[in-house]
Design a protein around this ligand. Structure first.
Ligand code: FAD
Length: 358
């Protein structure tokens, strides 16, 4: 006989653990499946120098504060350590490595088809993040380029590019941070962006951004006006390495290119320029393809939701993917609210569907 869980959470990163916290409190019969060997979710794959945008006291999951970090912002290692200890502290039932490949509806419940056999649940929470779905734009000639191509999802440290001529593509935080450090090791580094990079004021950190996002969310909910022009939340956060690179005047955009050729890129004005390596800091989609049989999704992997609840797929929730699954839900500080609300809704749903399952 197979166990039928009340809830199976797919993904054991920060979002899966925050959801686990509330499931544990609700005393539901749940399981977390994660496809990695080790704890810490996507933070294991991030580049070595990546830090949080906010101090530890503003970056905690529910129940247990993140310990104070050595520097002003917790490092990648400190975040992994926190997530590891958080998981141990609450003894969440996480099985690793188990990859969910597909889900089907069967007899009023979900059958999860995984690398370790089938699992059954009455509800499912997808918390698989974005890291597993790096996006590289479809640029003409990309296949012909003979140099190194790397997405930021696989980038680790700048030493690899010692003495090379490197092109960093993308005007977001990843592009700025990677450009800042690669420019110190490479023979020459250029930054390709589709629009002029925009920086937040130096004093703005992640906690400040979270407060702005909260004010925006409340104003929208209450139908009150909100001055969107104040800060564009997507602009670059000026962390110390970005500030230092800006003072070296390396964070200048070279504009955008229209296509690639064997040696490099062709800039918009038709000039060709050769590079040894191209680092794509061009963002992520959403790692939700395993939901294809139970929920329609667009090309980026977005499923129709009302906050985290899938509106066209009863019994399914999505946590931690970004604004479309709950404001600021892709951050440690923001996922708490979404996780709590999700588990409340699951409890309600289970009460009302009990009769059908038995
Ligand atoms: P993940 O950490 O990706 O966890 C999902 C887990 O699910 C992973 O272990 C994954 O391997 C697993 N998985 C995926 N598919 C499957 C499957 N089919 N079956 C089973 N398991 C699966 N966040 C902050 O909170 N604060 C910050 O200041 C911050 N700064 C950032 C700065 C930059 C430049 C970048 C790029 C990111 C930053 N982040 C920050 C974001 C953070 O890295 C991610 O958003 C976060 O890891 C998302 O957590 P998650 O639990 O939703 O997903």
């Amino acid at each position: 006989m197979n166990t039928v869980f009340d809830v199976i959470v797919i993904g054991g990163g920060q979002s899966g653990l925050a959801t686990g916290y509330y499931l544990r409190r609700a005393k539901l019969n749940y399981l977390i499946l994660d496809d990695r060997e080790e704890r810490g979710g996507a933070w294991q794959s991030a580049w070595d120098s990546l830090t949080l945008f906010s101090p530890a006291e503003h970056s905690s999951l529910p129940g247990w504060l993140m310990p104070r970090s050595e520097g002003p912002f917790p490092t990648r290692k400190e975040v992994i350590d926190y997530l590891t200890r958080y998981e141990e502290r609450y003894g969440f039932p996480v099985q690793r490595p188990v990859r969910v490949n597909n889900i089907e509806r069967q007899d009023g419940m979900f059958r999860l088809i995984t690398t370790k056999g089938d699992f059954y649940a009455r509800t499912v929470v997808a918390a698989t993040g974005t890291w597993a779905d790096p996006v590289i734009p479809d640029i003409e000639g990309r296949e012909a380029f003979k140099g190194i191509q790397l997405h930021s999802a696989r980038y680790k440290s700048p030493e690899t590019f010692q003495g090379q001529k490197v092109l960093v593509v993308g005007e977001g935080n990843s592009g700025a941070q990677i450009m800042a450090e690669v420019s110190k090791y490479s023979r020459e580094a250029k930054w390709a962006t589709r629009k002029e990079p925009e920086f937040l004021p130096d004093e703005v950190d992640g906690h400040y951004l979270f407060n702005i996002a909260t004010a925006k969310y409340r104003a929208e909910k209450e139908g009150k006006p909100f001055d969107r022009s104040k800060y564009n939340l997507g602009n670059i956060v000026v962390i110390p390495s970005v500030k230092e690179a800006r003072s070296r005047d390396v964070l200048r955009s070279g504009g955008s290119f229209t296509r690639m050729y064997e040696e490099g890129v062709v800039w918009e004005d038709g000039t060709r320029e050769a590079f040894d390596a191209v680092i794509w800091c061009t963002g992520f989609g959403y790692a939700t393809s395993f939901l294809r049989n139970i929920a329609r999704q667009d090309a980026k992997g977005i499923v129709k939701t009302d906050e985290s609840r899938a509106t066209e797929a009863p019994g399914l929730w999505l946590v931690g993917y970004g604004g479309w699954t709950g404001y600021a839900s892709a951050t440690l500080i923001g996922v708490n609210r979404t996780a709590r609300q999700t588990v409340r809704q699951i409890e309600e749903y289970l009460k009302h569907t009990e009769a059908q399952i038995i």
